[in-house]
Design a protein around this ligand. Structure first.
Ligand code: HEC
Ligand code: HEC
Length: 471
């Protein structure tokens, strides 16, 4: 007994003496360089900002940049360091955003890659609420979503939110009156408020009580790229964006790794603008089979288009970027705007056409659907031919399987699909296969201009023109 203890003690000592403390990782191996301030974002050209955004999204961060945290910091107790360092469950799970968002097409062989794409099964995010290795897994197992067209989706979401907020104001000024909540033709149920300003949300559907439309994340958790990005830095890399640190009240370096200002406001802004300007998915010319499939998709007996609403026309082509964001008022605190007509969105009356195939509402998809009882937002079907595996956890490797998994509110649709003839099923799939990711989403953001100066960071050069940037 005594001998074993002595041996163990000896081993620990030996191991400890061969490990150098992480906190001493030298400054010189920082990957995030040059830094980008909010002032620079405001005063630089949109193109320059997009280049920086792409670079930051693709940067593999190191401990010298602030990568890493355990149960300290703004993650609080949500990340017990069971394995130390990288651990897929609850992160740290990666070093760069691009690590999970790179599939331009999973449909082609070999796969095609482009920064901003979706992720394969092995890129799934794993978050456990209990994190006990002895119990059944309860938590999230989520497949990465492609970012193409995120600006158009965000603009539609903003316009819907603005309409819903106006309807709420109407309900407040007309106590006792039922006000129907429709935004861009989508029905969000009914709201009634009393004379003291209390509202009854029990008739509201598919949106949270704040009436903010949230197109992003499988659960419809965020109204903007910015909100997702800041959360992603904390979760995946244990890095602390300044804008989150400031609100946390834990001082300038909550995770105590000796690094402050891990991500500047300008850096999150640059990424937001790069993402907002990413080209939207495209639709291939449809043959006779795909045209029949499109009719089936729109037929009320199948009901697909009831949730996967094919298109929206926006009031304006201009997408605003704000900081700080006010979810109920997307027009507040705008620091920069881009015109989405310049980024391949088709012009339509005074705005643009956004063919996203979603109602941006959350739906009950049935009890088999997840280990946690949460509703899911209708998946955006644009680009769907290229974004396998399907559903929130990537459980479906084919479109047909994804449709048959629909339960709850969409059970009738799956059952109707199941009853179709083989020919009709083929037609429907042929239609879905025309919904493709953009071929060159980052065109014009040439690798050469991405070269950044840091003697230890490998710079892009002309002759290694990168396929990853698909340019
Ligand atoms: C380990 C893999 C992984 C990494 C790394 C990662 N993501 Fe994601 N991303 C995901 C998953 C999984 C989802 C779906 C999450 C959900 O539904 O809540 C997602 C969703 C998103 C979305 C929402 C897209 C939409 O249309 O709904 C955005 C935006 C996004 N990620 C941005 C980022 C940024 C910015 C970074 C880097 C700071 C990043 N991601 C790093 C896996 C990853
Ligand atoms: C009640 C609303 C509703 C109806 C009706 C509906 N869907 Fe869906 N659909 C959803 C939701 C919600 C998801 C996302 C589920 C998830 O995240 O796991 C989804 C996901 C999908 C996906 C997977 C997309 C991806 O990227 O993972 C496909 C494909 C799809 N639906 C096609 C269809 C077709 C075809 C029909 C008609 C036969 C249909 N859906 C009917 C709500 C609906």
């Amino acid at each position: 007994m005594i001998i074993t203890t002595k041996i163990t003690f000896f081993l620990i000592l030996t191991v400890a003496s061969t490990t150098v403390v992480h906190a001493q990782t030298p400054e010189l191996e920082k990957r995030l360089s040059p830094r980008v301030t909010q002032e620079q974002v405001i005063h630089s050209s949109v193109r320059q900002v997009r280049k920086n955004g792409l670079r930051i999204f693709a940067t593999p961060f190191t401990e010298a940049d602030g990568l890493g945290s355990d149960s300290s910091g703004i993650n609080g107790q949500s990340r017990p360091a069971i394995f130390g360092g990288f651990a897929r469950v609850n992160g740290l799970d990666s070093q760069s955003c691009g690590e999970c968002h790179t599939l331009q097409s999973a449909d082609s062989i070999p796969n095609r890659f482009a920064i901003g794409g979706a992720g394969a099964q092995s890129n799934n995010l794993i978050a456990s609420q209990t994190l006990s290795l002895d119990e059944n897994f309860t938590g999230f197992y989520f497949n990465p979503i492609a970012l193409f067209g995120i600006g158009g989706a965000q603009l539609v979401g903003f316009e819907m939110t603005a309409e819903l907020q106006l309807l709420k104001a109407t309900a407040l000024t007309n106590p006792g009156t039922q006000v129907w909540l429709t935004a861009k033709g989508v029905d969000f149920g009914v709201l009634v408020c009393d004379s003291s300003g209390n509202c009854d949300f029990s008739g509201v559907e598919g949106v949270q009580d704040d009436l903010v439309v949230r197109p992003f994340g499988h659960r419809g958790s965020s109204p903007t790229f910015r909100q997702i990005a800041t959360g992603a830095f904390v979760f995946h890399f244990g890095m602390e964006p300044v804008e989150i640190v400031e609100g946390a009240g834990l001082g300038p370096d909550p995770d105590g790794d000796g690094i402050e200002n891990e991500l500047l406001l300008g850096e999150i802004s640059a990424m937001s603008i790069w993402a907002g300007a990413l080209r939207p998915p495209v639709e291939l010319r449809k043959n006779a089979s795909a045209r029949r499939g499109q009719q089936l998709f729109e037929d009320p007996s199948l009901g697909c288009a009831g949730c996967h609403i094919p298109q929206y026309v926006t009031n304006t082509p201009v997408l605003p970027f704000a900081f700080p964001e006010v979810p109920t008022d997307p027009s507040a605190n705008v620091y920069k705007e881009i015109n989405l007509r310049r980024f391949h969105y088709p012009r339509a009356s005074s705005g643009i056409r956004v063919r996203v195939y979603s109602d941006f509402k959350t739906h009950d998809m049935g009890s088999d659907f997840s280990s946690i009882p949460v509703p899911f937002v209708t998946a955006k079907l644009w680009g769907v031919a290229d974004t396998a595996p399907y559903l929130h956890d990537g459980r479906a490797t084919t479109l047909g399987a994804a449709i048959l998994e629909h339960g709850g509110e969409a059970y009738f649709s799956a059952a109707a699909y199941d009853r179709l003839s083989l020919e009709e099923k083929k037609d429907l799939i042929a239609f879905l296969k025309t919904l493709r990711n953009p071929r060159r989403p980052n065109r014009g953001l040439a690798p050469r201009s991405l070269a950044w100066s840091n003697e230890f960071v490998h710079s892009w050069s002309e002759d290694e023109d990168s396929e990853a940037y698909d340019d």
